[in-house]
Design a protein around this ligand. Sequence first.
Ligand code: GLA
Ligand code: GLA
Length: 672
Amino acid sequence: MKYLFGTDYYPEHWPRDRWAIDARMMREMGISIVRMAEFSWAKWEPAEGVFHFEDLDEAIEILAKEGIDCILGTPTAAPPAWIIQKNPEIQPVDSHGHRLHFGGRHHDCQSNLAYREHSRRFVTAFARHYADNPHVVGWQIDNELGNSHGDLCFCPSCEDRFRQWLKDKYGTIEQVNKAWGTAFWSQDYSDFSQITAPKDTVTGHNPSQQLDWKRFCSDLVLDFHRFQADILRKEAPNKFITHNMMGFSDKVDYFKLTEQLDFASQDQYPGGHFQPEHNGYRADEQAGALDLIRSAGHKPFWVMEQQSGITGWEILGRTPRPGQLGLWALQGIAHGADAIVFFRWRSCTMGTEQYWHGILPHHGVPGRYYQELKQFIADTGSILEQVQGSVPAKEAAILFSYDQEYAMAIQPHHPDLKYQSHVMRYYSALHRRNIPVEFVREEDDWSGWKLLIAPFQFLMSMSLADKMRAYVRQGGRLVLDFRCGVKDTHNIAIMTDNLPCYVSDLCGLKVVEYDCLRDTDGAVSWGNQNYPIEFWNDIIQTDTAMPLALYAREFYAGTPAITVNQYGEGSVYYIGTGMKPELADRMVQEWIDHCGIRPLLETPHGVEVTHRKKNGSTYIFVLNHNAEERVIEAPESWQPIDSKGKGTDIPAYGYRVYILTCGLYTDTDSKL
Ligand code: GLA
Ligand code: GLA
């Protein structure tokens, strides 16, 4: 692919005589693509059916003269005031029944038919206008679908559509009653017209209805995206379609969304999380988000918005330290990005995002951010070109499921138990040892993964259990943990089997009782070492499983907390408790010793190592997220391909890139 680096650009925010200066400065720093237009509907269609693309045409032409192409965003995340005035019912409604109004963005309901018609008219005209423009090479549909829509939309149009979704899924009202367990609290329906969205009630809601609602909400976003993608593909073929996603955001199933795309994109704001560690961000969480987006298509992706200055709306974050902007951009490449687009070109002088800083400051004269990123692009352009198209080898996989995530959000069990942090419990422990991770889903082919960690398999089906059995029988190493097999896929407790339902034979144990660790910590012993645990203890009776760790407290002290069971050619680990980092580290060591997964390199804390493989070569990225220099012990076979010579000292927020043509991981080449 010819594009390596880009920027998000809003020419409509700046005087026209500045556009040529911007384009020249972009070219000078090595930018070859911009994303534009995703929030500017009111400019291009100031009145219904009256289109004015002249300004955008001119901006595209000015950029093209400097060799810069563009991706255009459909602006459906910001419908203009005249649309809202004409059809106020487009504005979304939250679960309390409050309508949300014009003045920000995302003030739209994605099921509303009037809104669909406005969107159809605009997107069709937009696509036709740019169909033959060779400098418009791709589309982004809407912007961060799901952003601000977490608790939206509960309007009458969405309720109608939900009822239709249920009719398609269940056919009859009797089937809905059965699936939702409506015998409880007199919730039987005699007609679909009685069903509403799960709005606020005076007590807790029906968990089965809530689960279907969350699935429906994801499907609605997918439908809204497909509706636009169909228009774009028909009217303007031969351009790619991507979408800028938000890592672990759960509103829409990113695996399914990626099926509609040519490739996925991620928006990456390490400083946007305002966490105390590592100067405001956690490298493992960034890494996890990047790996999830790569995993959504199991192929390289783009970063469509990469932080390029201070983040903040009303409250601001820290200024990125010297080196951090480049380091963060390289982290994207290290996890599989084929292009990096920096958000945004210049800090905006107006509107909500005045302090979400760009490459250039408000006054437009290049400062440190511009100089650092220009140097970074010069240093890494040829490396990115070499690695484009490559992905990591298969080592460890984590089973990721939006259904399980929704189920945990509906019934967290422990107030602090959240799916993303629970998944990160495992991911971070592997990340600390520099073991590559891919996220896979239930329906994927699991063969080739040496270790498959399946956290919180709360919703279980016979077919999923059979698939797990087959994976292990053929030599796979599977990890299951507490609350496995509690419910069926309708979120109704399974009553025909022992916990963990359908897989107790696979685990070689029964869970006979359990204990939620509210307001207290727990401990386990493993060998002669004690480790803290949290949230939950399954009380386990082993059958064929062997205990690895034992509870160290409570009336069940001395009983198994973590077990391993041989099954067929493989084995199954069962973890009955929430592992804190020390225990998770011990667990990972067990998997390194017994499951064949290998660290890329042992490194000091805060130094991350990743790899990408292509044509028999392995590219190794070493990233120092620390505020001080660190020294690594790179093997002799690692040949540096950055311009930094032989040394193995990595400055604060610095990085190294190596290539190796033999050795580590070469035995897995054939599986790529
Ligand atoms: C998101 C959006 C951008 C911008 C940035 C900064 O990533 O996609 O439009 O709003 O956040 O807030
Ligand atoms: C109260 C109610 C019961 C049941 C229990 C448990 O005692 O009367 O119907 O709801 O609480 O929540």
